[in-house]
Each structure stands twice: as C-alpha cells, then as structure tokens.
Ligand binder design. Structure first.
Ligand code: CA
Length: 233
C-alpha cells in the first residue's frame, strides 16, 4: 500500500500543486484547509506523514504540531515563512521531524517527503532498541532516545537523522553525500562539509574521544560508519 500524506494548507493553489506533485510519486494524498479538518482527518485516516503549513486561519500551526504528536508518531514536515525562525525552532522542539521554508520549489519538498518516508520505514523495520559500539550506545526508537553508557543524550533532529542513517546498516561506510541525502533529502551544495560539523557535535554529545572513537569511525576520503558491536552479533 502506498504511504498516505496529509497536506494541511489554506492556500488552495499551493494545496492543489502539492497534491499533484505528491500523487505523481504514487503517494495517497489527503488535503485539509484548516486545523480542525486536519485533526479530524489525521485521527480517522492515520496518514504516514503530514505536510503542515504553520500559518493557518483557525488554529496556531504550532498547537497543531503538538496535537498531532500527542496522538501518534506520524511524521510531520512543517512549512514556515522564511522570516519566522522562532516558529521553525519551536515546531522542531514540539516534535516536527523536518521543515521547509516558503517559498520553496515543489521538487525540493517532494524529495524531503520521500526521504522522511524512507527513513521512517527504515526505523520501523528494525528492532526498537538497538545497541552499538560494544553496547556503549543504545538507540531506543520507541522513546526516540539515544543513550550512551545508559545516560540519555539530547540530539538535534539532524544529529538524530545522521545517527539513524548510520545505524541502519552498522559497519557499512556511508559517504558524506549519502548522509546529506538521508538527512536533508536532497543534495545541497557545500552541505557535505556541514556533515562533518554535525558529526563532530554528535561525537561530542556521545562522549567520544575523537582521537580514539569507539562509536563512529571516520573513513578517510569517504565518510563515516557506525562501529559494529564488538561481540560480533
Ligand atoms: Ca497559510
């Protein structure tokens, strides 16, 4: 069955445009023009992903993110005005999985949606609690929590995305290019180098000694890989 995407957008032109682009990718598309309709549809149709415009006429988009999150683990992609960085950050804090700023190209948004669905499926197929680096690192998908030596670590959505992608196939080397695609859903010029700084932050949070990493290994000239468990399982 094809994944279902709910588009919540009060501008009818944009709503129709998104519908046609998403349908072209063989996704099932539902649309809502208000927050009230969105909540009703989300609870009945249980979409896999919601594309949510934060600027809605009847309710605060941020409040809607909170409501959507309360009832389910549906993926949420928020659309925000370029100027409202506050809303974007607040939206991510409330549990949105990614954002796109207006104006955007439909193609960019579609690629982001497809990457999110891929990532979401990858997580579903794996056990909900996994350990790496000889049990140093635990990823708990149910709790959306990462623990190092049993202690929870706060990761940004990008860091979580990076780690999830590496954990998809422990021991396999992921190129920076692949990691950019996994995290952002499309190629972003110059972003491959940004991956290095995200990995650096991720390692710091995981308590890694950069000269002797136990969890994430740098593969020179290519990218990174997550250390397989040392007991070989
Ligand atoms: Ca709007």
């Amino acid at each position: 069955m094809s994944p279902t995407v709910l588009v919540v957008e009060d501008e009818s032109k944009l709503r129709d445009l998104l519908r046609s682009f998403l349908e072209r990718e063989h996704l099932t598309v539902l649309t809502a023009a208000s927050g009230a309709d969105a909540l009703a549809l989300a609870s009945h149709a249980e979409p896999d992903l919601v594309v949510l415009d934060l600027g809605l006429p009847d309710v605060s988009g941020l409040e809607l993110v909170r409501e959507l999150r309360r009832g389910s683990d549906v993926l949420v992609l928020i659309l925000t005005a370029m100027s409202s960085e506050e809303d974007r950050i607040r939206g991510l804090e409330l549990g949105a999985d990614d954002y796109v700023t207006k104006p955007f190209s439909p193609r960019e948004l579609i690629l982001r949606v497809l990457a999110m669905l891929r990532r979401g499926r990858g997580i579903d197929e794996s056990p909900h609690q996994r350990s790496f680096g000889g049990h140093l690192l635990e990823i708990d998908d149910d709790q959306h929590e990462v623990r190092v030596r049993g202690i929870a670590v706060n990761l940004s959505p990008t860091e979580w995305g990076l780690l999830s992608e590496l954990a998809r196939i422990p021991g396999r080397v992921f190129s920076r290019y692949e990691l950019v695609n996994a995290v952002r859903g499309y190629e972003w010029e110059g972003y491959e180098r940004v991956i290095d700084s995200h990995v650096k932050n991720l390692r710091r949070k995981l308590g890694e000694d950069t000269s002797h990493p136990l969890i994430i290994e740098t593969v020179l000239g290519i990218g990174y890989r997550l250390m397989p468990r040392r007991d070989g399982s």
